[in-house]
Design a protein around this ligand. Structure first.
Ligand code: NAP
Length: 310
């Protein structure tokens, strides 16, 4: 087996690449698993206008190209494979991708989270073209438009309240007749004159794939089974997120909601030498810039850990 790496980074969103840039500049020669589908959630968005440093905004995929080039400039070794197993019970830690097992003295987990989706082919086809999973990212494009939000939890209320500041009208579609959201968020949404609720309803199809833009949805009333077409300009799916932590189950402590548990205000996990950055440990902010911030924290913490455990 080759010599153990000082740092192995798993994941390739803003957290992973920022960790790589910091670790590489600290002479830790990071090895980074970017996965077969690299780049994280920003690869699914169009214009990003809230990432500092880009006056006119930048599309998600070219932004991730910039992150990647910067990490490569400092000699981050990039492996385009998916990690299939980890073993954090042995020292050095073991990380396996396919048939090859690597060893590392420290590991930074930056595998992110995935938005839950409705699973409709039209939703996939129109993602970034009127379908979105992030109001703070894409809401601006729907100024004075009719917007629909799917979901009945705090995320859906938060998205609806945010979008109500921009759009003409926001319709919240929920599959039951009672919200799951906290009382305070419910009250805020109910009080907002721009927000309307469509209860016991499910989006069955997003229109219009042929036009390459959202023009409406087909909505099924789950009680009467009646299907109606409703015109909307944008559809925000806010039915929750799933942290990408399946690989780490049983290896590090996870929270009851499956996110990685880290020390308050830090990126240390329950296993000394293993750090977690970005959305995999953040169910509150979930922003590219906060992910990048915790990526730098993880690299700095890994550097200190390696100094203390040479
Ligand atoms: P959540 O609480 O799990 O709510 C998901 C919502 O989406 C539920 O209403 C659920 O319906 C609905 N849903 C799930 N799958 C669906 C599907 N396939 N089709 C249609 N609807 C579907 O998730 P969340 O809202 O993202 O919140 C996650 C956690 O973060 C919660 O603990 C929440 O309190 C917290 N959070 C807090 C804030 C805040 O306080 N500002 C903001 C965001 C999130 P059912 O109700 O029928 O299950």
């Amino acid at each position: 087996m080759p010599v153990p790496r000082k740092v192995i980074i798993i994941g390739s969103g803003p957290a992973g690449f920022t960790a790589a840039i910091y670790a590489a500049r600290a002479n830790l020669s990071p090895l980074m698993f970017i996965g077969s589908q690299w780049g994280g959630q920003l690869m699914l968005t169009t214009l990003v206008e809230n990432y500092p440093g880009f006056v006119d905004g930048i599309d998600g995929p070219p932004l991730m190209e910039v992150f990647r080039k910067q990490a490569e400039r400092f000699d981050t070794e990039i492996v385009g494979e998916d990690v299939t197993a980890v073993d954090f019970r042995t020292r050095p830690f073991r990380i396996t991708a396919g048939d090859v097992t690597y060893e590392a003295l420290s590991v930074i987990i930056a595998t992110g989270a995935s938005s839950k989706l409705l699973g409709l082919p039209s939703e996939k086809a129109l993602m970034g073209r009127g379908v979105s999973t992030c109001a703070t990212c894409d809401g601006f494009f729907f100024k004075d438009k009719n917007i629909m939000v799917v979901g009945g939890g705090d995320s859906a209320m938060e998205e609806a309240l945010y979008l109500a500041r921009l759009g003409r009208k926001v319709e919240v579609v929920h599959r039951r007749d009672a919200l799951r959201a906290s009382k305070i968020m419910q009250e805020r949404a109910f009080k907002n004159p721009k927000i309307e609720f469509l209860w016991n309803s499910a989006v069955e199809d997003v229109l219009d794939v042929a036009k390459g833009m959202v023009t409406g949805v087909r909505l099924r009333n789950l009680q009467s089974d009646e299907v109606t077409a409703r015109p909307v300009d944008g559809l925000f799916v806010a039915i929750g997120h799933l942290p990408n932590t399946q690989l780490f189950r049983g290896q590090i402590e996870l929270l009851p909601n499956d996110y990685v548990k880290v020390a308050p205000g830090a990126t240390r996990t329950s296993v000394p030498g293993v750090f977690a950055a970005g959305d995999v440990q953040d169910y509150t902010y979930r922003q590219a810039v906060t992910a990048a911030g915790t990526g730098s924290m993880a690299a700095l913490e890994a550097e200190r850990y390696l100094e203390a455990h040479p």
